[in-house]
Design a protein around this ligand. Structure first.
Ligand SMILES: [Zn+2]
Length: 201
């Protein structure tokens, strides 16, 4: 039982990070206490910098720290193709392959009635508007291959039924239950190449 209130609060913050349990949070909190004055100032400055300068691109949903989005505002990219991902981290995985040159749409989560996450919350109506307004020719669904991700994929597929866009999904071959963040680049590249057509030629 942690008796120092400040350490307890620090631990609670660390606990919110993915993969950090009680023990690890405790180790991290005490390691932070051992920081030098300079390391501590740098740490605080990094957090403040993120809060002040990083925001979400209103168009695609990736994190940016510049007024213009490096992807949405890049005229050399293919504007006919839209790749739909569950979270902003997945965009980094696709960008690393260097094989995808279209645009992105980050949902910011998966549908989950239990958690109260409905289509509006993950911007599905906005997605449709973007497809129609920008005359998107192909929508590639690359939601996480978890049960919630699959449910989201099939919902979107039906929701976009009346648009003119061709709808594809990443090829199976991605490990089931995989968070794209942990999948190697070659696997992502192959699943993109061998994507399955949902509708369209
Ligand atoms: Zn953007």
């Amino acid at each position: 039982m942690e008796t120092i209130e400040a350490v307890k609060r620090l631990k609670e913050s660390y606990r919110k990070l993915p993969g950090v349990g009680e023990k690890t949070a405790e180790r991290m909190a005490y390691a932070t206490l051992g920081f030098s004055e300079k390391d501590m100032q740098d740490f605080i400055a990094s957090l403040e910098n993120v809060v002040k300068n990083v925001h979400v691109c209103p168009n695609c949903g990736i994190y940016i720290d510049t007024p213009l989005c490096p992807i949405c505002d890049d005229d050399s990219r293919d504007t006919d193709t839209l790749l739909v991902v569950t979270d902003a981290k997945s965009v980094i995985s696709f960008e690393k392959t260097g094989k995808y040159h279209g645009k992105y749409f980050v949902l910011g989560g998966s549908l989950s009635p239990i958690k109260g996450i409905d289509p509006e919350k993950i911007r599905i109506p906005e997605l449709k508007k973007r497809i129609v307004d920008n005359n998107i020719k192909e929508v590639i669904l690359a939601c996480n291959s978890t049960i919630e991700g699959e449910t989201t994929s099939s919902f979107i597929r039906k929701y976009l039924e009346d648009t003119d866009a061709k709808i594809t999904r990443l090829a199976y071959g991605l490990p089931v239950g995989a968070d794209l963040e942990y999948v190697d680049e070659l696997t992502i590249e192959r699943s993109l190449d061998a994507r399955t057509i949902y509708k369209g030629e």
